[in-house]
Design a protein around this ligand. Sequence first.
Ligand code: FES
Length: 103
Amino acid sequence: MSILDYDRNLFGTIEKFIKIKILDQEYEIPDRLELLRVFQFLDFSIDYARLCWNGSCKRCIVSFEQKGKSNEAMSCRLKSAEGMCLNKLPAAIKVPKPEGSGQ
Ligand code: FES
């Protein structure tokens, strides 16, 4: 799938793409999009039944670095920004294994 071939009902009109790192892998993603939506955009495995998407359950907490500072935040609230590095994802989010990895 091309990054320009996305579902506008889910992600709205994307005006700009940026680069961030998730677990040491670089991704090109929409700017200013909630990180939980970014995971959906990237086709990560999401345990939808465990997540509220509205800031109540706290099961979407990510650890990240931005502008040299470490922090944690709810991925359903935190918006993507250039240069962000996510170094820990919640249990409800899984990065798919690369094709051909045999795992
Ligand atoms: S998904 Fe429940 S707090 Fe973010």
